[in-house]
Design a protein around this ligand. Sequence first.
Ligand SMILES: [Fe+2]
Ligand SMILES: [Fe+2]
Length: 353
Amino acid sequence: MTRSAAYSNILGRLSHQSVVKHFDAYADVPWDHPDYRIDATDARWELDENDVLGGTEWYRTQPREIRSRLGLHGIVTQMKLGVEFEAILSQGLLQFATSLPNGAPEFRYAYHEAIEEGQHSLMFQEFINRSGLEVRGMGGVDAWFSRRVPSIARSFPELFFLFVLGGESPIDYVQREELRKRDALHPLLRRVMQIHVTEEARHLCFAKNYLLENVPKLGRIRRFQLRFRTPIIFAAMAKQMLEPPKALIREYGIPSSVVREAYTENPVHRQRTLDGLASVRKLCFQLGLVQPRWWRMLGILPEGEGDARDAFDDESGVRRLGPPRPTSVPTSSRRLPGVVRACPRSWVQPLSA
Ligand SMILES: [Fe+2]
Ligand SMILES: [Fe+2]
């Protein structure tokens, strides 16, 4: 397999970063410090009024203990989902690694990532155990589907890494927003999220660069499959990651009118979903995987985005460039090739620098 110099350089940087900047679930989190104790009645677990559910009148009129407990239960539920998602991911990464020839640099990085996901799952499960709250994992169709994902990493790794991005991007977005906006975060939650977003930045960077390197080399049928399946995966994963499961709704007796007000019919929640997928949407435009009508039907493409200037040539998969669109990417980094733009700038210097 031939690799571009930029991609090889990023792989080297990512593996190096995994050695010099990694965390241990127990050595790097002071679980037994009194300030890190979890108390379900602690007011710091309460959802604030900017949260889509926390801003509803129903939530604000609940007793204070219930508001705190529900806030903590939502966090714990997401962590359980995280443990299950990371288990699928790790199985897939190991299958992907075993499909590689000797000497492939992806092998080493895939193992670094699987080890990091193991540490994250240890952190999440320890948090769940210490919360004292009961939380169940996936069931039904979701569990059936997820058992089939790891084998895709071997047979169709490009689809697998798009699945990875579909799960990791919305959660990464939410955790970064929480860290940025909420001063009164419980120190244990802050520590767990800080560790997670630091290492997830590498995982997202690898998945994006793997796709930028390999999707253009695929044939027409595989590209068609990606164009059809990717938005379905993104829509399903965003819903799973950003909305409360039925078990939580039942346990707290959240009325269906409140669920509609907070989630299904709330433009703020819709915008949050779109924002959570913004970086992967941009990547898919770059890869020529966006069919605007299909994406819009699934509710993951903002109005006005994906018009004629975003069309792609079906034969070559190369973007037919239209007029430049406004972008939030700083002018200086727009000059970098796409494969490099997906990573922090400090990671794209040559290893010898
Ligand atoms: Fe993780
Ligand atoms: Fe990850």
